[in-house]
Design a binder for this molecule. Structure first.
Ligand SMILES: [Zn+2]
Length: 345
C-alpha cells in the first residue's frame, strides 16, 4: 500500500531509534516538505499558512461553501512511533483523492508542533480561516480497541487536563537522633497525597490522575525530608468531573486543556459508516490531547476516528503499531465520511 511506504519514508527522516521530528526542528520541516510534494502530485493547491501549517486543497464546485478539513500533525516526540499524527495526514490525503471534487472544498491539513502544546492549531484558531467540519484519524495510543478486538472507534470527546505542583513543607532533622514522636516528615505527607490522588481519580467516572514527579529535599539517607515537591496531572472528560477531581485532590492547578466534545453529526456519520460495513462502532474518550480538541474548543464541529493500536496500545515509542488492514479500513471510513460532509448543506 502506498500509504505504508509513505509512512516509512517520513519515519526515516529524523534518524532512529524511533521517529525524531520534534516541533520546530529541521526534521519536522523535511516532513512538511515531503508531504507538500505529495499534495502537489495529487493535484491539490498547496498553502503554507503564516504559522507553518500545511494545507492542500481540492477546490469544490461551490466556492462560497465553507471547507471540510481532514488531517493531523507531522511532528513527533523524541523516539516516537511511526503512526502518531502521520497516519491522520496521509490517510486524509488518500481519502481526499478518492472522494474527488464535490460541493465543498476539501483540504488535507498538517498542523505544526502538536506534541509540545498544539502550537500550529492554536495559532490557526486565533488568526486564520476555519472549516465547517474537521475530521482527524489517529492511532488510539491505548489498549481498548485491541483488547476488545475492534479495528476502529468513534471518539466522543477529548479529556480536559489540569496540572499543578504541590509543595509540602515539613521540618528537617537528624534521622538517628530525632524521636519518631513529633517529627514533621514531608515525604510521609507526600505518600498520603499520592494515594489520595489515585483514590480521587478512581471515584470519578472515566477520570485519571497521576503523580509523575516527586522531589525530596534535602534528599539524603540520614536526614528527615524537609520538603516534598510533587506534580499532579488530572484528566476528565468534562469540566464538571475535572473540577470535582481537582477539588477531591485539593491542589491548585493551571488548566492545560479544556475538555472538548466531538460534534454529534460527525460522530453519527462515522458510526453509520462503520455499521454499514458490518463493523462495531465503539465510543471512546481520548485521554490524550489532539488538534481536533483545539479546533472543537474554538467552535469547529469536529470528529475523530481512532485506529486500533497493536503492541498492547504502546505509543510514543518505536513499538507503536497499526495493522495494514486497520489502516485500509481507516482510509475507507475517512473517504466515506468526507464524501458525506462535502455534500452536506
Ligand atoms: Zn498525535
Amino acid at each position: 500500500m502506498r500509504i505504508l511506504d509513505r509512512i516509512e519514508r517520513i519515519y526515516a527522516i529524523g534518524g532512529g531509534p524511533g521517529a525524531n521530528r520534534v516541533g520546530g526542528s529541521q526534521a519536522e520541516q523535511d516532513a512538511h516538505d515531503l508531504v507538500a510534494g505529495w499534495l502537489n502530485e495529487a493535484g491539490l493547491s498547496v498553502e503554507v499558512d503564516p504559522d507553518g501549517n500545511l494545507l492542500g486543497r481540492l477546490l469544490g464546485d461551490d466556492l462560497d461553501a465553507a471547507e471540510v478539513w481532514v488531517g493531523s500533525h507531522l511532528d513527533s516526540v523524541p523516539n516516537g512511533g511511526r503512526f502518531d499524527g502521520v497516519l491522520g495526514v496521509l490517510a486524509g490525503l488518500e481519502a481526499v483523492e478518492r472522494v474527488g471534487r464535490r460541493r465543498r472544498t476539501l483540504a488535507v491539513v498538517a498542523f505544526r508542533d502538536e506534541e509540545r502544546g498544539f502550537t500550529g492549531s492554536r495559532a490557526r484558531v486565533q488568526h486564520g480561516s476555519l472549516p465547517e467540519f474537521y475530521i482527524e484519524a489517529h492511532i488510539e495510543q491505548g489498549p481498548v480497541l485491541e483488547r476488545t478486538s475492534m479495528p476502529l472507534g468513534v471518539v466522543t470527546g477529548i479529556v480536559g487536563v489540569a496540572r499543578g505542583e504541590v509543595v509540602l513543607q515539613g521540618a528537617a532533622g537528624h534521622a538517628g537522633t530525632t524521636p519518631m514522636d513529633g517529627r514533621r516528615d514531608a515525604l510521609c505527607a507526600a505518600a498520603e497525597l499520592v494515594l489520595r490522588v489515585r483514590d480521587a481519580a478512581i471515584a470519578v467516572p472515566q477520570a485519571v490522575a497521576t503523580v509523575g514527579r516527586l522531589e525530596v529535599v534535602p534528599g539524603a539517607a540520614n536526614v528527615i525530608p524537609e520538603r516534598a515537591i510533587l506534580s499532579v496531572d488530572a484528566r476528565a472528560p468534562d469540566r464538571e468531573r475535572l473540577d470535582a477531581l481537582v477539588a477531591a485532590i485539593g491542589f491548585d492547578p493551571s488548566l492545560i486543556a479544556e475538555p472538548a466534545r466531538m460534534d454529534e453529526r460527525v460522530q453519527a456519520v462515522l458510526r453509520e459508516e462503520l455499521q454499514r460495513r458490518g463493523l462495531p462502532a465503539p465510543e471512546l474518550v481520548s485521554g490524550a490531547g489532539h488538534d481536533a480538541g483545539v479546533l472543537a474548543a474554538a467552535g469547529v464541529p469536529c470528529g475523530m476516528l481512532f485506529v486500533r493500536s497493536g503492541a498492547g496500545g504502546m505509543s510514543h515509542s518505536p513499538e507503536e503499531w497499526s495493522d495494514p488492514d486497520d489502516v485500509a479500513l481507516c482510509m475507507d471510513l475517512l473517504a466515506a465520511a468526507l464524501e458525506r460532509l462535502a455534500i452536506a448543506p
